[in-house]
Design a protein around this ligand. Structure first.
Ligand code: ZN
Length: 469
């Protein structure tokens, strides 16, 4: 394939030849007979974007789910409309997510049956800890379980029963194709899935999705300690402020990962989690590639510790846009200035990369870039003005390789042909930072998204669940 008249990022105007998954020539090039030509007409050619923190299966499931709470749904009528107009997923369920009491009080089976009889419906509270199931759904659960397997519930309300319920409604894998298409339309060519439960079975499933063509992005899979699959990424450690693991246990886990030549990625959304984690890295030793996921609140003293330990931070600046108004209400002004920092990390030489955390954050990396540049909340308030990045620095958050997230890739002869092609020069795209500018996406030399061909794959808004993953 020949990509004509590209503005090659960091190089200048040139044509690009792509063969066997690689860029094989850059310069003034003449099409060969029969060669496919994509004329960019001066549009920018960027390295394909890599999302360094996503939960792909949950994201795919969210696309097949109905948003049942704010900001989309605010009252009973809207809830009935949203669930009533949805079509069941492959397994025959209508799956609602993000419910909050402000919509229709303490939802139960009777309410659902009164307004939405017939099709099995299950609605998850936005805390992630409660499912409410209607009568048709309960019947179906009772049928699919062996005698007595239906967990205890009160009027169709199941608290903390995910494990048992998962077995009953069957872990029908959501269709990954639609999620992958959506990501391709944003210019995304690579993913790191950091779901804590990922194991060799999950990695093999992702590999299968790659080989059958449903998953169009390259993928690296972080997860539990005992993984040997060739896609294995970092060991993922998920901390909960309310129940810290044993400190020595965390140190042992870091050492055991090291023995397996694996990096460690620790989820830190509170200051306490970050303090705890930094102490463990200090004790057990940190290696290049060890990462802090989110680093949501980083006071100045912890910046210097991060620097000393040479830890990499994978951040989600779009949470400023998506949740910033709640942060402005709930956090002290000092905490607000330490929130999802960007400039503060770069100025101290702390390696920084970006990830969507979808479905908990929006999957579009351009929204994250925009938030990193503007620091603007939904109501146009500003959070952490001093943490602003330039558009080029914001873009760099998504240009790193999957195994070296903080080192921006370049388009060069011999490099993989993973490309995000824009419909305009970077000078125009940098002031918009909008995925609507993506003209086409190339992964491993193949076009996985072409806006001219697939105008229907558009970036409709998706309400993110409110719990951080
Ligand atoms: Zn996450």
């Amino acid at each position: 394939m020949l990509i004509k008249e590209a503005e090659v990022y960091g190089v200048g105007c040139a044509d690009l030849r792509v063969e066997n998954g690689k860029v094989t020539a850059i310069g003034h090039l003449v099409p060969r007979s029969g060669e496919r030509v994509l004329d960019l007409q001066g549009g920018a050619a960027l390295p394909g974007l890599n999302d360094h923190h996503i939960h792909l299966m949950a994201y795919a499931a969210s696309l097949e789910s109905v948003s049942c709470g704010p900001p989309k749904v605010h009252g009973p009528e809207q809830l009935i409309e949203a669930l009533g107009s949805a079509s069941p997923n492959q397994a025959g369920w209508i799956r609602g997510i993000g419910y909050h009491e402000s919509v229709a009080g303490d939802l139960n089976r009777c309410w659902l049956d009164r307004h939405l009889p017939g099709v099995p419906i299950r609605v998850q509270h936005r805390s992630g800890r409660l499912w409410v199931v209607n009568g048709a759904g309960l019947k179906r659960l009772a049928r699919s379980g062996v005698d007595g397997a239906l967990p205890a519930h009160d009027e169709g309300r199941f608290h903390d029963q995910d494990e048992a319920l998962g077995k009953l409604w069957g872990r029908t894998p959501p269709s990954v194709g639609a999620a992958s298409d959506r990501l391709a339309s944003y210019g995304v060519t690579g993913l790191t899935d950091l779901t804590p439960q990922n194991d060799d079975t999950a990695a093999a499933r992702f590999e299968g999705l790659r080989s059958n063509g449903s998953l169009r992005q390259a993928i690296r899979v972080g997860g539990v300690l005992r993984m040997n699959h060739r896609l294995t990424g970092p060991t993922k450690v998920h901390l909960h402020d309310s129940a810290f693991p044993d400190f020595d246990g965390l140190c042992d886990l870091i050492r055991a990962s090291r023995a397996r030549h694996r990096e460690v990625a620790v989820h830190c959304v509170t200051e306490a989690e970050l303090v705890f984690t930094l102490a463990a890295f200090r004790e057990a030793g940190a290696c290049p590639g060890d990462r802090i996921e989110h680093a949501s609140i980083t006071p100045p003293a912890l910046l210097s510790q991060l620097r000393e330990l040479r830890l990499l931070v994978v951040t989600q600046p779009h949470f400023i846009a998506e949740r910033g108004d709640a942060y402005r209400r709930d956090l002290t002004s000092a905490e607000q200035s330490w929130l999802y920092r960007c400039r503060g990390f770069l100025d101290r030489g702390i390696p920084l990369a970006g990830g969507s955390d979808a479905p908990f954050g929006h999957a579009d990396p351009w929204r994250a870039m925009r938030a990193a540049v503007t620091r603007q909340t939904a109501s146009a308030g500003i959070l952490g003005e001093g943490e602003r990045l330039t558009p080029e620095e914001a873009l760099s958050l998504f240009l790193g390789a999957l195994d070296e997230p903080h080192k921006p890739r370049r388009i060069a002869v011999g490099e993989a042909a993973d490309l995000c092609l824009l419909d305009r020069p970077w000078g125009q795209a940098r002031v918009r930072l909008d995925s609507a500018c993506v003209r086409a996406t190339v992964q491993n030399g193949k076009i996985i998204y072409d806006s001219m061909r697939e105008p229907e794959i558009r970036r409709t808004g998706m309400a993110a669940p409110m719990v951080a993953g």
